[in-house]
Design a protein around this ligand. Structure first.
Ligand code: SF4
Ligand code: SF4
Length: 436
């Protein structure tokens, strides 16, 4: 297996090397080299920002295709609540769920059902008082990966609970085994995903050894056929079994509102997320109990694999919630089921550090500072790096040369030209042959 799996990849034939994407990347994972973008695999958190920004559609997300359903005898769709926000005038979730069954899924298990359980489990854990405050949600895999590579001191603030997608898959499979008598390996669970980070999370999960989800199909992939099926339903099956609390997870603020605790903060959009994480790191957010962070603007409805404008989708979810009960899924008494918790803790991944040898890292830092002074500080991106500092780092690491900076190159050329003209001047005042 490859060391890193990523949903986000480059379609090299479409990349024109315009450098638009390099500045948007929250982990400075992209460089433009030889006219093409290159993603440093170890740094990428699959947030999808580069897909959103690329004007040439050269960045894309890999996801599971519908044809994979034939790999299993019994298929279960796990729709993310963000799916409901893609449809205009939807006032009954059962239209969506019945439509999915018409598409070929044998069963549909709403992720919002599991979200209600995760909300209850979170409340319970917070009441026990053993979690490090402020507790940071583990629901957005791009945020968890960002913390893992950029915020080592915050790793132990992350809520040690699986995201609703995983709990939904475990519950759906258990129900299917009981219903069909089939062995687990003949049952396929497919998450209908709003974002590439979830695709990666299934292949390379954090906090658990192996995902129970067998594939992640983009919402944009199912949308056309699903809309068609929904428009031609003869009858609607009563499948929906979640409420305001579960469906609310589709948008920013939904998860924290479900905690029934006023000391929370919900931020969305990768830049805001970074700002909040920096403030927690600097201990400037002391009074809050819970932090909900979503890498995409608006929350999951803002994922790059959705089809609708996130704010329109958010308004639709708000409208839809009016028709729902508060919550329909509850934990039994006693401890939180083991299946909902992480198996391990979040480990810091030092992919952004200069060297594991402290002395060497310090020397490199000094060198970077020195080289950076030679650059104009414009962060123009013409060198292919997002900032002059990142470029100086690349030079020190030996992956490029200083003269790839147009300003350094121009200065060097000017120096060569003036040396040449000085030499020419000297030659002109020297006596020619025969003179004397
Ligand atoms: S935005 Fe990035 S990926 Fe897209 S064309 Fe420009 S350099 Fe290539
Ligand atoms: S997906 Fe996000 S982290 Fe990965 S290269 Fe694109 S912008 Fe950077």
């Amino acid at each position: 297996m490859a060391e890193f799996y990523h949903s986000v990849t480059l379609n090299e034939s479409k990349c024109v090397g315009c450098t638009n994407c390099i500045k948007r990347c929250p982990t400075e994972a992209i460089r433009v080299r030889n006219g093409k973008a290159v993603i440093a695999s170890e740094r990428c958190i699959d947030c999808g920002e580069c897909i959103r920004i690329c004007p040439h559609h050269a960045k894309r997300a890999r996801f599971t295709h519908l044809s994979r359903l034939s790999d299993y005898e019994y298929n279960i769709a796990l729709p993310a609540p963000a799916l409901y926000g893609q449809f205009n005038n939807l006032d009954d979730i059962d239209y969506v769920l019945t439509g999915l069954k018409q598409m070929g899924f044998h069963e549909v298990f709403e992720v919002s059902r599991a979200a209600e359980l995760v909300s209850e489990a979170t409340r319970k854990l917070m009441e026990e008082g053993n979690l490090k405050r402020p507790v940071i949600s583990s629901a957005c895999p791009a945020v968890v990966r960002l913390i893992r590579v950029r915020f080592p001191d915050l790793c132990d603030h992350v809520l040690p609970l699986k995201a609703p997608m995983e709990t939904a898959a475990a519950m759906a499979k258990a129900e299917a085994v009981e219903k069909t008598g089939l062995p687990l390996e003949k049952i396929g669970c497919f998450f209908l995903t709003p974002c590439p980070a979830k695709v990666t999370d299934i292949k390379m999960p954090l906090g658990i050894e192996k995902s129970m989800v067998d594939g992640a199909i983009a919402i944009s992939e199912v949308f056309p056929e699903l809309s068609h099926k929904m428009d031609h339903l003869d009858s609607v099956e009563p499948i929906a079994n979640s409420g305001i609390i579960g469906v609310g997870w589709a948008t920013s603020g939904g998860e924290s509102a479900a905690l029934l605790n006023e000391k929370y903060l919900a931020a969305d959009g990768i830049e805001n997320v970074i700002r909040v994480l920096e403030e927690i790191e600097d201990e400037r957010i002391g009074e809050l109990d819970f932090i909900e962070l979503n890498a995409c603007a608006g929350g999951c409805v803002g994922g790059v694999l959705c089809v609708e404008n996130p704010y329109v989708a958010k308004a639709r979810i708000q409208r839809l919630r009016k028709y729902l009960p508060v919550s329909q899924n509850h934990l039994q008494g006693g401890p939180i089921p083991q299946v909902m918790g992480w198996n391990g803790s979040l480990e810091f991944s030092n992919v952004l550090t200069l060297s594991t040898d402290l002395k060497e890292a310090m020397q490199m830092m000094v060198e970077i500072d020195k080289i950076e002074e030679e650059f104009p500080g414009l962060d123009c991106g013409a060198c292919g790096a997002p900032t002059c500092r990142a470029f100086a780092e690349d030079v020190v690491k030996g992956v490029c040369r200083k003269t790839e900076c147009v300003f350094v190159y121009r200065k060097k050329m000017q120096k060569v030209a003036s040396t040449l003209s000085e030499l020419e001047g000297e030659a002109a005042i020297l006596p020619k042959e025969g003179e004397n």
